[in-house]
Design a protein around this ligand. Structure first.
Ligand code: RIB
Ligand code: CA
Length: 314
């Protein structure tokens, strides 16, 4: 049975890189049509380069990379290189990749692919700001009903914010894009800090990954070691949460997470709460649900899958 046709839109980014390594290690389950990149953690030139480097580590030269939007739809750009290193890939070596991104812009690739593939076939995994998808929807609203589902990392309810008191980075980095995607009517599942903070790379889990062989496992181990350092210095002070890999884990093993339908809205104007995800579970005819919100994660089940994927990876 062919794998799930999937486009991964990302801003690598240490945890994006691990998410890509996991997805590229499961070719039977996920048919990764392409990786599209967006400015976020670091600039758009670096996220595109980094996606090309991760593709090489995973020995998946078959997966094209398309570089996308260099800045958010309207707000001033914000970055997270303090968490991801100036390269965006922690302390991994960052040589010039053997092959760079394709000449086609990521937004054009999204529009052309969603128009040419059968309607309802392609799933989009988003692990960065939603700028590329929102821009594609603006340019070609006809693609919206053709998208099978969007599974994204973003937002926070129970956990509060990680870039401001009330906003998570991906949504904060382009709140207008997130607002337009949420209001588009696309089928949307969102994995926010409420669950990613439950899927943490403890020392024991990092050691188990470090004992796996292969370039992907070695890269993941080094990326996690870097994350442990920055998380201790700048983050929660505990083991690093695996934010973006949760999107791939949810696609491969949905039972790892528990979701609740919600009426989701994005703050796009308040200077104090810009990018806040207002998650309302009290839905009904007057307030229809527009997203599935991840509320709990089985972290042991998540890591069992991570070990299996990295163990079988190149
Ligand atoms: O808040 C976590 C998200 O912001 C992740 O996608 C991470 O890569 C950063 O972009
Ligand atoms: Ca990311």
């Amino acid at each position: 049975m062919p794998g799930l046709p999937l486009i991964i839109d990302c801003d690598p980014g240490v945890d994006d890189a691990i998410a890509l390594l996991l997805a590229l290690a499961a070719p039977d389950a996920l048919e990764v049509l392409a990786i599209t990149t967006v400015a976020g953690n670091v600039g758009g030139d670096l996220t595109a380069r980094n996606a090309c480097l991760v593709r090489e580590i995973a020995s998946r030269p078959d997966v094209p990379v398309f570089a996308g939007m260099e800045r958010p739809l309207s707000r001033e750009p914000v970055a997270a290189d303090h968490f991801h290193g100036v390269s965006g890939l922690g302390d991994l070596p960052v040589p010039t990749p053997a092959r760079g991104p394709e000449p086609l812009h990521a937004v054009d690739y999204l529009v052309e692919t969603l128009r040419s593939r059968p309607s309802g076939e392609v799933t989009l995994a988003l692990t960065g700001p939603m700028t590329n998808l929102a821009e594609a929807m603006r340019r070609a609203p006809d693609i919206i009903p053709r998208i099978r589902r969007v599974v994204a990392m973003g937002g926070a309810r129970r956990e509060g914010g990680n870039i401001t008191a009330s906003a998570e980075f991906n949504i904060f980095a382009d709140p207008h894009a997130a607002d337009e995607v949420v209001r588009s009517g696309v089928e949307l599942a969102l994995l926010g800090l409420d669950v990613t903070h439950q899927v943490t790379a403890t020392e024991a889990r990092r050691r188990k990954i470090s004992e796996l062989s292969g370039a992907s496992a070695a890269a993941a181990s080094r990326l996690l070691a870097f994350s442990a350092g920055t998380e201790a210095r700048l983050g929660t002070g505990g083991p690093p949460p695996l934010h973006d890999p949760c999107v791939i884990l949810a696609l491969l093993d949905p039972g790892t997470f528990r979701f609740r339908p919600c009426a989701l809205a994005i703050e796009t104007s308040s200077p104090l709460t810009l990018g806040h995800t207002a998650v309302e579970y009290r839905v009904g005819p007057e307030r229809p649900a527009n997203a599935d919100w991840a509320v709990d994660a089985d972290s042991d089940r998540a890591f069992d899958l991570i070990y299996r994927l990295l163990g079988q990876a190149a």
